[in-house]
Design a protein. Sequence first.
Length: 254
Amino acid sequence: MRLALVSDIHSNIEAMEAVLADIKSMGVDRIYCLGDIIDYGPNPCEVLDIAIEKFAMSILGNHEEALMLVAEDFNERAMRSVEWTREKLNDPEMAREKRQKYWNYLDELSKKRQHQQGDLLFVHGSPRKPTHEYVFPKDSLDQAKIKGMFAKFDRFCFCGHSHIPGIYSETGKYGHPKNFPNGELDLRRFRKLLVNIGSVGQPRDHDTRSCYVILDNSKLIFRRVEYDYEKTIQKILDTKKLPTFLAERLKLGK
């Protein structure tokens, strides 16, 4: 089975549509989402429509949790975004059935913090704290953290949350996909591996292109996709309510 893994879409419909087109061109069978479908960006409803229709499996991200349950460790700017997103999903001009569809989907999502499939574990944050713990390249130097995370899964773990793609070995080595030939990696080379699949809607590795992963049996493929981030930026600015830094960072990929 050829599986596409996406994460951290953050209500960015331009990025999501570009990635969907790329996924289609790659002959993918199913799409899994590792959380943070919404918030930060200007099109939460449109992105939720895609998630409901096209994702075979989705798990809870910390931004869905903030919207549905509690905003843990969110600063004032992040809370402004959560409140704006909530307003959009509760828009009284939207059909009641459509509002219910979105909230029912999010309610089901709130019950799924991780997904195990054979020797593959899918989480949003980390295998230790599926919704909240970040995995950054600098963590490769923290042997206690690496050891603690690798103790929580059997073979391969896939996550998002930090928006920075790459692989982490149990010996503490980190590799960015730009260093892999054609962004590809043979998983058979590794006994265990933690893979951050990057972000569709808000890349933060100084590359403005969307990032996602294709899992094709033992082959791991990182994909980068151009999208019209200037259009997304203008939409964010036009809301007058979303923090402007959410627009500015898209141009910088950080």
